[in-house]
Write a protein that binds this ligand. Sequence first.
Ligand SMILES: [Zn+2]
Length: 244
Amino acid sequence: MPIDQSEAIILRTQNFAEQDKLVVFFSREKGLVRGIAKGARKFNNRFGSSLEPFSVVRIFYYEKERQDLVTISNCDLLESAFELLNDLKVSYAFSYIAELTEKFSPYRAGEELLYRLLLTIIQSARAGQKIEYLTRYFEYWFLKINGILPDFRTCQKCHQKIKQTVWLEPQKDGVLCQRCVSDKKFAISPWLLQAIDWMKKNPPAAEPGVELKPEDWKYLGRVFQSIIIFHLEDRPKTLNYLDF
Ligand SMILES: [Zn+2]
């Protein structure tokens, strides 16, 4: 059987059978893949700590005909996220990011952009960027990569360019201006629009060039999450643990 290898990010694992682990990983070439790491729960197994969530690895695996799960034969650790995950806040944020990635990504549909986004989020967290900001940053780019990011600067109804407050429209695929809006549920202030523009133009490690209060960043998260939940038709379970 031909062995595939790829750089990948481990999203999560769960116990499988007596001594194995089910591993969900996002590979640079093939996107989301699920596989079995045989013997990964045995003491002193060959996988070591390479299967910890958000490890960046080189993973070796082969596929069996008519089977959804690949078999993982080896995994070399390139960058460990182990120390990062000691911080509970980071750990919750990463679980949320992993859940979104798994729920939205078609199985084995390669998505290099999403891979690079995940990698740069991990590296920026390690470089000390605030996880609250990185979570918003991920949400923004995740929506964009999935083609469901609204144009926050143009009214969906009258097509005017807007510099003032806008409101997210109920179908979540656009915004409405002061004149066109009837359901004023999700207001997005000019400051939030600036924060969105900042994320669009800057790498995640850059210090946010917009000063927002923690509650404003949290509110921006609620805006992004309402779009995510609308399209997913489900509320990510890991959101219950995010308090930012
Ligand atoms: Zn309008």
